[in-house]
Design a protein around this ligand. Sequence first.
Ligand SMILES: [Zn+2]
Ligand SMILES: [Zn+2]
Length: 229
Amino acid sequence: MSDPQQIHDGIYIIGGPGISHAQDAAVFIVQCGDELVMIDSGAGINAEMLTGNLVRLGLDPGRVTALVLTHCHVDHIGSAKYFQDTFACKVIAHELDAMAIETGDDILTAASWYNTRLPRMQVDRKLTKEHEILRFDDEEIHCLHTPGHTPGSISVYLDRTGLRVLFGQDIHGPFSPEFLSDIGQWRDSMENLLSLKADILCEGHYGIFTGREKVRTYIEGYLDQYASL
Ligand SMILES: [Zn+2]
Ligand SMILES: [Zn+2]
């Protein structure tokens, strides 16, 4: 197990394989003044551990005001209802994945694949544009629509102390008709992410990549891998 920790100025990883539960995709926190913005929420098996990890870092879980869901898969959204109910944070997701999140559809959310159920919940704010800017305490967090893995997948980025930090959760795929994946859309989405020239990539399952070259190489590696699909 590794510890929850700060990745960059006010940006933390509090969950993920080896940090919280093996089925949790990575869970990130961005501190914006007094507010904490959470990006994804893990699989829902051990939500209390995520709040415990916040406390370990000296962060008050009651200050989580927003939870941005990168897409509708249960390993990323399983604890969302717990956080919404417990801390009254606003849940934000792209409208094209919102129906799956709100109905807890077993196939679209991959709940059946993980042999679990997803509690029904409301998405408080549905993103509709290609690029939307969320503002928290005078800071800007960008949400880019990056469909491919699922129709409503988004990637999140922000600029802080001279570095661009990108949260790209399932940019490696996988792709499946059950997820309504679209490999053509995914390629365009990856080109979009490359154009951001991010300095740090916070990935959902494979860790954190620091340095522009490493980020570029990681994304291009998947474009090469799936070039024949
Ligand atoms: Zn996924
Ligand atoms: Zn995932």
